[in-house]
Design a protein around this ligand. Structure first.
Ligand SMILES: C[S@@+](CC[C@H](N)C(=O)[O-])C[C@H]1O[C@@H](n2cnc3c(N)ncnc32)[C@H](O)[C@@H]1O
Length: 393
């Protein structure tokens, strides 16, 4: 298909579904997978709004979108040595007005929202040129913003004119389909474990895509002006998707999303209207080997694990009636009663209530607070709960 300028659909357009170096993964097991099968691990060639209309409702697990930035560059930009900066001045980034850009944005966002499963999430990346317009459109349309994530660039392009701050970050909006979506995927525990056991933060630090990862044309020039780093996509996919999920990217470019999805055992669907970029993306994805499945499995999030009552510790023999529990520093103590409650100086209650009471706090997680003296020292009672869970699985 031919498209004269970004955001304008050619009425005679035909969407081509292009086979890529697909993964050998089993197709998604989701209920809508049969209607989706034709499109899985494929690049749809043509305008994305038109292409997205082909996809069934509520069939996609996660969307990553890197839309045109609408940079509105005026003239070329030179470095102090008079060499010309390789800026984004492509036709696909040109819109005649904010109104045209907004109409285009709402067009693709509304198709993305239609194809998202109820608990799917969407990530949209952009710069100050477009991200506020995109964010306003998303909120108007009913998306529910979960976070804005800052990608701080380790090696940003300098501000050659010295008239503004160096533009050293991009913003990612992470949103669910609507406020009611509570069961979206977020791998809090593994992200925390990989972050020195501290909560994962919303400011990320990555270099721009350079070196061997940067795709080049036959002339040695960059194949695409805005190829995103694979590390950024890997963080997103590992945070908010599962192996086997279908990830949609309406602005596929050189296929960074497809390459990372394949490596991480996810499926992808890409839309791209430039045949040159598609050729690069297809070759790139074909060369990717997926990682072993065992490396990618995720533990069940703690909050989704089955509830286990404290009495189960007594039933399993880990703790006995009459045992003394203390906190990790042995400052507070309580005695275990045969009914599974605790007694602290005559006050009786659950492990949580008594834990809060002895500390003078409004609330306490008794599972992490209380410990039992064992032959090797204090053991947190949460370890007994894990054993009981394992035995019940
Ligand atoms: C910011 S770039 C995406 C780069 C990509 N994330 C990567 O890592 O290579 C946006 C891409 O969207 C494509 N594009 C722009 N308008 C489009 C449209 N209406 N339909 C399909 N693709 C479009 C452009 O050709 C460009 O490759």
């Amino acid at each position: 298909m031919s498209v004269a300028r970004a955001g304008v659909i050619d009425p005679k357009a035909r969407i081509k579904v292009l086979r890529t170096g697909v993964s050998g993964l089993a197709p998604s097991t989701s209920p809508t997978s049969s209607a989706l099968r034709t499109f899985i691990d494929r690049i749809l060639t043509g305008d994305c709004i038109e292409a997205l209309r082909l996809l069934p409702d509520a069939s996609i697990d996660m969307v990553f979108a890197d839309p045109p930035y609408n940079l509105q560059l005026e003239g070329s930009l030179s470095r102090p040595d008079q060499s010309v900066v390789d800026a984004v001045d492509d036709d696909w980034d040109k819109f005649s007005s904010f109104a045209e850009y907004d109409a285009f944005t709402r067009g693709w966002l509304s198709e993305c929202r239609r194809v998202m499963k109820p608990n799917a999430t969407i990530w949209v990346i952009g710069s100050y040129h477009n991200i506020f317009r995109v964010g306003a459109a998303m909120q108007d349309m009913g998306f529910w913003v979960l976070n804005d994530v800052i990608w701080r660039k380790a090696n940003p392009m300098p501000n050659f004119r010295g008239r503004r701050f160096t533009n050293a970050h991009e913003t990612l909006i992470w949103a669910s389909r609507d406020a009611a979506a509570k069961k979206y995927t977020f791998h809090y525990e593994t992200l925390k474990a990989a972050n020195e056991d501290t909560q994962p933060r919303s400011d990320w630090y990555f270099p721009l895509c350079t070196g061997a990862e940067r795709l080049k044309g036959a002339d040695g020039a960059k194949a695409h002006p805005t190829q995103k780093p694979e590390a950024l996509l890997a963080r997103i996919l590992m945070s908010a998707s599962n192996p086997g999920d279908v990830i949609l990217d309406p602005f596929f470019g050189t296929g960074t999303t497809g390459a990372v999805a394949k490596r991480l055992n996810r499926h992808f669907i890409g839309c791209e209207r430039d045949e040159g970029y598609i050729a690069h993306a297809s070759a790139r994805i074909a060369a990717i080997d997926p990682l072993a499945e065992a490396l990618l499995s995720q533990p069940t999030p703690k909050r989704e694990e089955p509830r286990i009552p404290f009495t189960a510790m007594l039933d399993a023999g880990h703790i006995k009636a009459g045992d003394l529990l203390t906190d990790a520093k042995r400052r507070h103590s309580a005695r275990v009663r045969p009914d599974g409650t605790l007694d602290a100086k005559g006050i009786i209650g659950s492990i949580h209530k008594i834990g809060a009471l002895v500390q003078g706090l409004p609330a306490c997680n008794g599972w992490s607070f209380w410990h039992l003296d064992g032959p090797t020292g204090l053991v947190c009672i949460d370890e007994f709960r894990s054993e009981v869970r394992k035995a019940a699985a």
